[in-house]
Design a binder for this molecule. Structure first.
Ligand code: ADP
Length: 396
């Protein structure tokens, strides 16, 4: 028997998954299904990152339920005797109520469905993944892990917009996202550098989606993302912070409706919109066109601005952590972000930065700068083990 924890992260047309051993933290398999609803593909890797040949001859990726059934068939081939003891789900929105991850039951599922109006582009897909897993594993406990939960510790001033109070009560708040990534970084920092973890930490999660989080003693104090995953930093295709007057202008002067504006702000803006070329940082770094360079300039400048804002929320800064695809890999972006930040005690060691070292600041710098690869799946697996299987199984 191969008792395991399955984690699922269902997007609009994708399904990320991982299988961890039910005891310890050993990753057995990770995988990604792309293009659900189209001609989907499944890629699987073993725990060491080596590509596994996926048997997709009977593949069916028509919808999330079919995709999950296909994935399970393949998983049973590559992990004979697989026994899924519990399933953990990434759920983008836990609304104002969920301060912690939760074991799913019918009542909680209904509450999560009610939050779909707060995250219409993500929440329905997360729920589709949950329903598919409930059908596939009726006996296994299922756990919801919220991207918003980590930020529920924000003080009122970082949780509110200056709108009439009734909107706050109706849930129009600054939720913040990428909480699973920040939870992982907080735990890793506590393990690797406990003194730093107790201090004032700014984490820059820079991937296709990007945000920053200010933490004190491992708890979120402020985040650049607000009500939706559009706010704050510019991203691959999302605009980041935008004057709401622009939205009014688009409606009134350009006759755009909510769907057209949503498409513009979520899918055609950010690095892609500014460069006119790509949402992918690697492509922009290699391109060398004025527009690609300006897109990177804007990305870097906004990170620097928000770094100032996050440090202000903390009353100072002791360490800065980079994570996410860009934060973990782009020497250029890290160097550019840190370039004009000496006033904040930030000073990179170019050789360490070039080597993607764990600590990339110079020994004399007042603020320690680190690169820590994030691991959202492990956070889901840990929470699922703790909540669904009890802490006794956490010992390796
Ligand atoms: P997601 O938010 O979709 O999980 P990732 O965290 O995987 O995204 O980050 C994707 C981004 O990371 C892309 O813009 C990609 O170009 C960038 N990236 C990955 N590797 C490198 C690299 N070596 N240099 C620069 N950018 C990189």
């Amino acid at each position: 028997m191969n008792e395991a924890i399955l984690t699922l992260n269902a997007g609009s047309s994708s399904l990320k998954l991982s299988v961890h051993a039910a005891t310890g933290e050993r990753l057995l398999v990770s995988g990604l299904v792309d293009s659900i609803g189209g001609d989907g593909t499944l890629r699987l890797k073993d725990g060491d990152g080596a590509e596994l040949a996926a048997q997709t001859s009977v593949a069916d990726f028509r919808d999330h339920q079919a995709a999950l059934a296909t994935v399970l068939g393949v998983l049973r081939e590559v992990l004979p005797g697989l026994d899924v003891a519990a399933v953990g789900h990434r759920v983008v929105h836990g609304g104002p109520d969920f301060k912690a991850h939760a074991v799913l039951d019918t009542a909680i599922l209904e509450r999560l469905a009610a939050f779909s109006s707060l995250a219409p582009l993500h929440q329905p897909h997360n729920l589709a993944g949950i329903r598919a897993a409930l059908a596939a594993f009726p006996a296994a406990a299922q756990v919801a892990c919220f991207d918003t939960a980590f930020h529920r510790t924000h003080p009122f001033v970082n949780d509110v917009f200056a709108l009439p109070r009734a909107y706050y009560d109706k849930g129009v708040r600054r939720y913040g996202f990428h909480g699973l990534s920040y939870e992982y970084i907080a735990s890793e920092l506590a393990r690797r550098a406990p003194l730093l973890a107790e201090g004032r930490v700014v984490v820059a999660h820079l991937g296709n989606g990007a945000s920053m989080c200010a933490m004190q003693d491992g708890r979120s104090v402020a985040s650049t993302m607000g009500f939706s995953a559009l706010d704050g930093l510019p991203m691959g295709t999302r605009c980041g912070q935008l004057d709401p007057g622009v939205v009014l202008h688009l409606m009134v002067e350009e006759g755009m409706d909510a769907k057209a504006i949503s498409d513009l702000l979520y899918k055609r803006s950010g690095l892609l919109g500014l460069s006119g070329l790509s949402n992918d940082m690697r492509t922009l770094e290699a391109a060398g066109t004025p527009e690609a360079d300006e897109a990177i300039d804007y990305f870097v400048f906004r990170i620097q601005r928000e770094l100032g804002a996050m440090a202000a929320a903390l009353g100072g800064i002791d360490s800065l952590v980079f994570c996410g695809g860009i934060g973990e890999n782009s020497r250029l972006v890290r160097a550019r972000v840190c370039e004009r930040m000496a006033w904040m005690g930030i000073e990179l060691d170019p050789a360490r930065n070039a080597a993607n070292a764990e600590v990339i600041s110079s020994d004399l710098a007042r603020t320690t700068v680190l690169v820590i690869p994030t691991n959202e799946e492990l956070v889901i697996a840990r929470a699922t083990r703790r909540l669904a299987l009890g802490s006794t199984r956490s010992a390796a």
